[in-house]
Design a protein around this ligand. Structure first.
Ligand SMILES: Nc1ncnc2c1ncn2[C@@H]1O[C@H](COP(=O)(O)OP(=O)(O)O)[C@@H](O)[C@H]1O
Ligand SMILES: O=P(O)(O)OC[C@H]1O[C@](O)(COP(=O)(O)O)[C@@H](O)[C@@H]1O
Ligand SMILES: [Mg+2]
Length: 327
């Protein structure tokens, strides 16, 4: 088998803390194994334009602690077209790039699988998204940091909620996944948690809030995931409660993109370092179409197709704990 001589790395889709640490790891592992490394700017967008940079071990000094991504990220419409992917392949060929590490989420992996089917181009995925909505790993890069950011923010909201005896609806990120809402909600002691995976019912929420009042709680926090199953956005939920429980003084706080920024947690930095090394080792071992991930604290690999299709399930035990905590 011919040894791969040049590997490219990109970050794609929504950015996530820990992406820089993963870039650093891929670049350093390439240097260790004496393979050239090229960074692709702005994900598939930069691939289509041939916006590349040579990366050496020294190019990634002092980035392990930085949020965002030095390679920048994008959502590329053109890569969804055959013509766009043909341009991308031409740039890879011109630059003698023989394999690619894609750090991103389910969308980025879908693009990578399609590209591999069309051009037989070796790809390995590193799961990087704050949403944690990828099968084949218990943790995606950025998820742990985002949880800590969300909990810190909710703690602050709790201070003012308590001073004013108010009910706060706090919206956290998670388009299709309730991981951030459920875990940050339990970690911050939320009274109710609304997630996309389970429709807990609005009636139930009203009952729970009534009970909170009866049993002496003067302030409350309800954590809502962006993609909550009730179909109501956070402002509509607040209005619904105001109409049905006028005794509540309700406010809304949307945490938004602050959850995607900031210095990565130690957990995310270590995970990124481990996954980056593994991704390069798999490529050098002649493997492709795999996503690296974590299971029982071991680095594992799953076929990318399975990682995309596998879906995700919410932790029922955690839901039960959350329920008991509202007593
Ligand atoms: N079906 C697809 N075909 C080709 N490329 C795709 C496809 N789905 C997603 N992509 C590419 O991956 C990029 C990132 O996907 P997106 O869903 O935005 O983020 P994430 O990777 O974080 O889930 C998209 O902007 C697009 O360029
Ligand atoms: O920054 P954008 O493009 O508005 O996207 C927001 C979405 O990106 C996320 O932060 C991360 O999702 P992806 O990793 O799939 O891109 C979601 O939680 C959120 O719904
Ligand atoms: Mg996604």
């Amino acid at each position: 088998m011919k040894k791969i001589k040049k590997i490219a790395v990109m970050t794609s889709g929504g950015d996530a803390p820990g992406m820089n640490a993963a870039i650093r790891s891929v670049v350093r592992a390439c240097a260790y194994y004496r393979v050239s490394c090229v960074g692709i700017y702005r994900g598939y967008e930069g691939l289509i334009e041939g916006d590349f940079i040579e990366l050496t071990a020294r190019s990634v000094n002092n980035i392990i602690n930085k949020g965002g991504t030095i390679l920048k990220s994008a959502r590329s419409k053109e890569f969804r077209t055959k013509e766009g992917r043909a341009k991308a392949y031409e740039h890879l060929k011109e630059n003698n790039i023989e394999a690619m590490v894609v750090i991103g989420g389910d969308g980025s992996f879908t693009g990578a699988v399609i590209f591999n089917e069309e051009y037989k181009f070796p790809v390995i995925g590193i799961p990087g998204t704050i949403d944690n909505d990828i099968f084949g790993t218990t943790h995606t890069l950025g998820y742990d940091t985002a949880l800590n950011t969300a909990v810190e923010a909710i703690d602050k909201i709790r201070d003012t909620a308590s001073s004013h005896n108010r009910l706060f609806f706090v919206e956290v990120m998670g388009r299709d996944a309730g991981f951030i809402a459920l875990n940050a909600g339990v970690g911050a002691g939320a009274e109710e948690i609304l997630i996309p995976e389970e429709d807990l019912g609005l009636e139930r929420m009203l009952e729970s809030l009534k009970k909170s009042r009866r049993t002496g709680k003067s302030s409350s926090i309800v954590v809502v995931a962006e993609g909550d199953k009730s179909g109501k956005n956070v402002y509509e939920l607040a209005q619904y409660v105001e109409e049905n429980l006028p005794e509540y003084d309700v406010r809304v706080s949307v945490l938004g993109h602050m959850q995607r920024g900031g210095s990565p947690s130690c957990f995310d930095r270590v995970l990124a370092s481990r996954l980056g090394v593994k991704s390069v080792e798999l490529l050098l071992d002649g493997q492709t179409n795999l996503m690296v991930g974590l299971k029982n604290n071991e680095v594992i690999s799953t076929s990318i197709a399975e990682a995309i299709k596998g879906g995700h399930s919410i932790n029922q035990e955690l839901l039960r704990v959350s329920d008991i905590m509202t007593t």
